[in-house]
Design a protein around this ligand. Structure first.
Ligand code: MSP
Length: 512
């Protein structure tokens, strides 16, 4: 069975920003981790191209929506390539394949008698592509997320009978493993407890959408169409005979949908009900992460503080940004990107703690032991670092299995800090002066190099680039035929391995 993980399908009204990078990096880290465990992973990402928001953006730019979508979709794809995102499927909702899946799905839902024509009245946020609850409580009639005026809609739409699924949805969300984190789950429990209302799934004023069969002027509501992208992605490489059944057999249901907290309702309530109606399984988990802010402020074009991923990439490189976003933000909580804090964390954790540990130990080993890993007679399994490595690996695995990425990153960092302390405590540079202590020094240096080997291996899913630099500095030893989990065991560093001349694995950053 494959492990299916998804990012949201990003709106193509604009190019990627740090928020989109954030979710994608998280999914990339988890995908890399699962692959290391030997699992078959299907990592899905892509773009959400229909709807009023995109239609208007294209109009403002004076181009046809499809041309606009082609352009931005390419930007997203090449951004993911630049960031070395290991996605397996990239879905575009304006593709023909996707359209045929939407039709098939619609037929199923219709056959379940879950579609009817009704009148939709309400206040709509085009930014969210969503009707807002009780805006009459708001004196401003503005969307709290986009800070833009809501628009009044009153039109004939097709509706989906969400209310019919009240008890089934309650059952699903009552399972504590379905929605994470806990606080987000409570929001949804509260929302559902008020009673589910049917929602409209077609529009009459939006030409940029998938036409509803046999109903003139109606296109599918962008969310009804977009959520199905997760399914059509599964058979997107299969150009012939594409069918819903094929996609389902390929790997449905998804193991986890990673999304921002603002779109949890769609994924944890509307989507499962749509799937049940179509006779399909519901995703196993929906994880709603927090929002990123910049120096304490919401990021926005009007505020001029949007972090452009391209700029970050050229200024700092991939791994520092990955480290900051993964290690400094507890998944689920909001996180703030502060330049000073970013530079301090990278310099402390990666340059001073991990980089320096490797650099100085490899230099000592080269100097004292003929450019090699010391040739100790017997690997010592009973020492502080060996025991700590076992605890670190166990905690790290447990944390990654529970999507506690920040804790897993901190497990690695703490191991590196303790390895530095061990080195400072043992002071091999003093012992080496005494001929009779050479064997002790050999053992100390071996132990520290062995710890850095394990640190590098643990870093593979989080910082793939830095980890391969650690590997290079240790004499390119990670290409082992043993599975990764086996390689994490203490004592696999071969004595006498040639150590190349040390180069800093990461440059210190300057705070401007
Ligand atoms: N197109 C829909 C998703 C459809 S999924 C079938 C959508 N797109 S979006 O581009 O507006 O948002 C994509 C994701 O980015 C959402 O999960 C949203 O929460 C996330 N983020 C947008 N701004 C963000 C931050 N500032 N910080 C973190 N994530 C943020 O919604």
């Amino acid at each position: 069975m494959s492990f299916v993980i998804t990012t949201p399908l990003y709106y193509v009204n604009d190019k990627p920003h740090l928020g989109s990078i954030y979710t994608t990096l998280i999914c990339d880290t988890i995908s890399r981790y699962k692959r290391l465990l030997g699992e078959d992973v299907i990592f899905i990402t892509g773009v959400d191209e229909h709807g009023l928001k995109i239609q208007r953006t294209a109009k403002e730019k004076g181009v046809e929506p499809q041309i606009h979508c082609d352009h931005i979709s390419n930007i997203f794809r090449s951004c993911w390539n630049d960031w070395d995102i290991s996605f397996d499927k990239y879905i575009r909702t304006s593709s023909r394949n996707h359209e045929s899946i939407v039709y098939e799905f619609y037929r199923r839902v219709k056959n379940s008698d879950d579609i009817y024509m009704g009148v939709q009245k309400g206040w709509y946020c085009v930014g969210c592509e969503e009707f807002k609850d009780n805006p009459e409580n708001s004196s401003t009639y503005k969307c709290p997320i986009h800070q833009k005026n809501l628009e009044w809609k009153n039109e004939e739409n097709l509706f989906f009978r969400l209310s019919k699924y009240q008890s089934q949805i309650e059952k699903i969300i009552n399972d504590p493993t379905f929605i994470e984190p806990k606080e987000r789950r409570n929001e949804i429990l509260n929302f559902v407890s008020k009673g589910l209302k049917d929602f409209s799934i077609s529009r009459t004023n939006v030409s940029w959408g998938i036409p509803v069969p046999n109903i003139e002027k109606h296109t599918f509501y962008v969310w009804f169409d977009a959520l199905l992208g997760y399914i059509s992605a599964l058979s997107s490489d299969n150009n012939n005979n594409l069918s819903l059944e094929k996609s389902i057999n390929e790997a449905w249901p998804a193991d986890i949908h990673f999304i921002g907290k603002d779109i949890l309702r769609f994924h944890a309530v509307y989507w499962p009900a749509m799937l049940i109606s179509a006779g399909m399984k519901v995703p196993k988990k929906v994880f709603g992460h927090g929002f990123l802010t910049r120096e304490g402020n919401k990021m926005g074009k009007s505020l001029g503080n949007v972090l452009d991923p391209n700029l970050l990439l050229s200024k700092y490189g991939k791994d520092p940004v990955r480290w900051f976003l993964i290690k400094d933000i507890s998944l689920g909580n909001d996180g703030d990107f502060q330049d000073k804090r970013f530079v301090d964390i990278i310099n402390n954790d990666l340059a001073n703690t991990i980089g320096n540990l490797l650099n100085r130990t490899s230099s000592m080993s080269r100097k004292w032991f003929d450019n090699k890993v010391p040739n100790i007679d017997k690997i010592c399994f009973e020492n502080k670092l060996a025991s700590l490595s076992v605890i670190t690996v166990n905690d790290y695995i447990k944390n990654l299995n529970n999507y506690k990425l920040d804790l897993a990153a901190n497990n690695i960092l703490n191991f590196a800090i303790n390895t530095n302390l061990y080195l400072n405590d043992k002071q091999p540079w003093i012992l080496i002066k005494d001929e009779s202590k050479i064997a002790i020094v050999e053992e100390i240096i071996y132990n520290v190099l062995e710890s850095t080997r394990i640190i590098g291996l643990l870093l593979i899913p989080i910082l793939p680039e830095l980890s391969s630099k650690i590997d290079e500095q240790l004499g390119s030893i990670y290409k082992d035929d043993k599975p990764w989990c086996e390689q994490l065991k203490w004592g696999r560093l071969k004595t006498n391995t040639q150590l190349p001349k040390p180069k800093p694995i990461i440059e210190k950053l300057e705070y401007e």
